[in-house]
Design a protein around this ligand. Structure first.
Ligand SMILES: Cc1cc2nc3c(=O)[nH]c(=O)nc-3n(C[C@H](O)[C@H](O)[C@H](O)COP(=O)(O)OP(=O)(O)OC[C@H]3O[C@@H](n4cnc5c(N)ncnc54)[C@H](O)[C@@H]3O)c2cc1C
Length: 339
């Protein structure tokens, strides 16, 4: 049995797909050239959470962290698990341009690997093929680990130069990690590297109110791309405040770039905070300790949060505890790849 599913996107576009009762909405959409943003495809990450406006369906298998009983009761579902049992209208929390952007594979070459600190690499790829790689600021690519079979790792673009022949990334040096080991020991300028993308629904929406950006470690990367985009757009109509938190002074990178953004975007400000009590930085502690009432603007704020899963979960929990109801809330967890 096959049903008609109307996919309603954030930008108002609607696309119709046919979905068999035996396949997930994500798979049916993909078959018909639409990439609904998703990460795990296993009902675990919640990246494909959508709201079913009408129709009946089976929710499929998922974990409670990805979809709570309350959300399920309110009509939310995970598109990677949901199977229709009638025609449905499904609201996809993403712009149609993201979903229509085909995820392609590219080969580029390493232009530069630089150690910004003991804990962080900057990787710049270059290649004619990259001119075709369009993405929204905040999205990520999957990079294949060179010389290591089919292993790939997700990395957010850390700069935005649409139509250019380069792509940049900010990469944490994870001791013993496959990609980290490659970058630390073997990577040479000119090495080929395969990548695919773009992926993800963590991208900068039109700025219609103040924006609060919360970054943990290399979770700074997507914000650098977003701020590039703001500069290219000639600035922001509303204040943007970034709080960038790391564990120790050695993890603080790209502050010169942040200072440059502060010069180029008059209503952009940022604060760096470091967990280590012996830090030379004035602000100690975690990101959430440096969120001020003014940043939250009585809830009339768009919040973007990115970093390692424990940081994202702690900040999200804190915002719930202090009962912040922001106009919108977007997050990306830099989850480790499955072994
Ligand atoms: C959507 C998305 C976007 C991402 N974007 C970025 C990005 O822009 N920059 C970035 O640095 N990372 C990013 N990541 C994480 C990245 O994909 C890799 O997981 C990470 O770089 C480790 O890869 P590796 O090959 O070096 O280590 P692996 O070989 O994957 O891991 C080696 C060991 O270290 C553990 N491990 C992996 N990561 C961590 C960690 N953070 N803390 C502690 N232990 C860990 C693993 O479980 C494993 O046991 C992103 C992840 C996702 C899902």
């Amino acid at each position: 049995m096959s049903y008609t599913i109307a996919l309603d996107f954030e930008d108002g576009a609607t696309r119709f797909i046919k979905c068999k009762d035996t396949e997930s909405v994500v798979d049916a959409a993909y078959r018909q050239g639409i990439n609904i943003p998703m990460d795990c495809r296993e009902g675990a990450c919640a990246a494909c959470k959508c709201r079913v406006e009408s129709g009946s369906y089976a929710l499929g298998d998922y974990i409670d962290d990805a979809l709570s009983a309350d959300e399920a009761a309110q009509g939310y579902a995970l598109a990677c698990q949901m199977r229709p049992t009638s025609d449905c209208v499904v609201r996809i929390p993403a712009d149609s341009s993201v979903c229509n952007t085909r995820q392609e594979s590219y080969t580029a070459n390493i232009r530069e690997v630089r150690r910004l600190s003991d804990s962080t690499f900057s990787l710049v790829l270059q290649g004619e093929a990259l001119r075709q790689l369009l993405f929204l600021p905040g999205q990520y690519a999957n990079l294949q680990v060179p010389g290591d079979g089919a292993h790939h790792r997700a990395y957010s673009f850390s700069s935005m130069a649409p139509g250019g022949d380069t792509a940049s990334f900010l990469i944490r040096n994870v001791p013993g990690g496959r990609m980290s080991g490659f970058l630390a020991d073997r990577a040479q300028a000119g090495d080929p590297i395969a990548l695919s993308g773009p992926f993800g629904s963590f991208y900068l929406r039109p700025i219609q109110r103040p924006v609060l950006m919360l970054a943990g470690g290399t979770g700074l990367a997507p914000f650098l791309a977003m701020l590039d985009k703001v500069v290219a757009a000639g600035g922001s109509p509303h204040p943007i405040h970034l709080i960038y938190g790391v564990n120790s002074d050695g993890d603080v990178v790209e502050t010169e770039r942040l200072e440059a953004f502060a010069r180029l975007i008059p209503n952009f400000s940022f604060a760096v905070c470091v967990v280590d009590e012996d830090s030379r930085h004035a602000r100690k502690g975690y990101v959430m300790q440096h969120i001020e009432p003014a940043h939250l603007n009585d809830g009339e704020v768009d919040i973007y949060l990115c970093g390692p899963p424990p940081m994202v979960e702690a900040v999200a929990r804190h915002l719930r505890e202090i009962d912040v109801k922001s106009a919108s809330f977007h997050y990306e967890k830099f989850a480790a790849s499955a072994a």
